[in-house]
Ligand binder design. Structure first.
Ligand code: NAD
Length: 285
């Protein structure tokens, strides 16, 4: 049982953790903080949190676990601001979508407290944001990846693992850099592609007509282009190396397809499509 959980950033990710733990009876009190007063009030009125704090200091000073769920660009400054106010044995963890840059910041600013920091990432979400988007079952049967570093206390990892398991999630551990490459491939690059495709179509004069005839496949693929622009900007900037590497690889594949279409090379097209279909049908679990 967690006595007091502080959630900094009470939107989809932070709010859903709070609701899941409250529903499971695994937390006595959740104190929430968001930069804007109106968001804090909304979270309180919706019952997403038990108490709204007026400042980060007020939110964290008696917390046993502190969960950071702000946009990636704000993670470092929020972490720095809260450090002087936390209890010595408090555990700090986060739900940010990229891990390397935040871990570097933590190494630079946390000193003795670094062992209490457990970097994490729930692989669950929707394209909605804010406290009203939060729901208690978001993490049920979803994966949560923790990326502890050498300095991380193993008891802190155990506590954070148990916290996520209480939401119904399956918890995995991964190396920081490996996490960022894997998530760039399965989440960050696809978002870049979807934003680019939908943005490209939106600039066409015949956009409304084009979208009118969009079938299910386009709907499925383009859904992720409704993700929050600030959140995805921050993810791209904080995981830039891994994403840029994959964009290069993707461009090579696209050029190969372009050349094959130009030269009416059906064999190459068929081979590429067959191998992708085979992978999608057999290896996607
Ligand atoms: P959200 O917009 O729903 O919530 C973000 C919250 O942070 C809001 O309450 C906002 O008021 C608050 N906030 C913003 N800047 C702040 C600041 N400087 N100080 C304090 N509060 C601030 O976003 P979300 O979808 O919950 O994403 C939160 C984090 O979780 C991001 O780092 C994101 O990368 C990560 N994440 C998102 C998803 C997803 O699908 N949405 C999935 C996994 C991880």
């Amino acid at each position: 049982m967690i006595n007091r959980l502080a959630v900094i950033g009470v939107g989809l990710i932070g709010g859903s953790l709070s609701l899941a733990l409250k529903e499971a009876g695994k937390v006595k009190e959740v104190i929430g903080y968001a930069r804007s007063e109106s968001v804090r009030q909304e979270a309180l009125e919706l019952g997403v949190i038990d108490r709204a704090a007026d400042s980060i200091a007020d939110a964290v000073n008696e917390a046993d676990i502190i969960f950071l769920a702000v946009p990636m660009a704000a993670m470092g400054s929020v972490l720095e601001e809260l450090l002087p106010h936390v209890k010595a044995d408090a555990i700090i963890t986060d739900g940010g979508s990229a891990k390397g840059q935040l871990v570097d910041i933590a190494r630079n600013i946390m000193g003795e407290q670094l062992g209490q920091f457990v970097p994490g990432h729930p692989i669950a979400g929707t394209e909605k944001s804010g406290p009203s988007a939060a729901f208690s079952t978001l993490y049920k049967d979803h994966r949560v990846v923790l990326t502890p570093i050498d300095e991380t206390n193993s008891s802190a990892v155990e506590t954070v693992t148990a916290m996520w398991q209480a939401t119904g999630a399956d918890v995995y551990e991964m190396d920081v850099q490996h996490h960022d490459v894997v998530l760039a491939a399965t989440s960050h690059l696809p978002h870049v592609l979807a934003f680019n495709l939908v943005g490209m179509l939106a600039e066409r004069d015949d956009c409304d007509e084009v979208l009118h005839y969009a079938a299910g496949g386009f709907r499925d693929f383009s859904r992720i282009a409704s993700g929050d622009a600030v959140m995805w900007r921050d993810i791209c900037l904080s995981n830039s190396d891994a994403i840029l590497g994959l964009i290069q690889q993707y461009k090579q594949g696209l050029s190969k397809l372009e050349d094959a279409i130009k030269s009416q090379d059906g064999d190459t097209l068929k081979a590429v499509f067959e191998s992708a279909k085979q992978a999608r049908d057999t290896r996607f679990k």
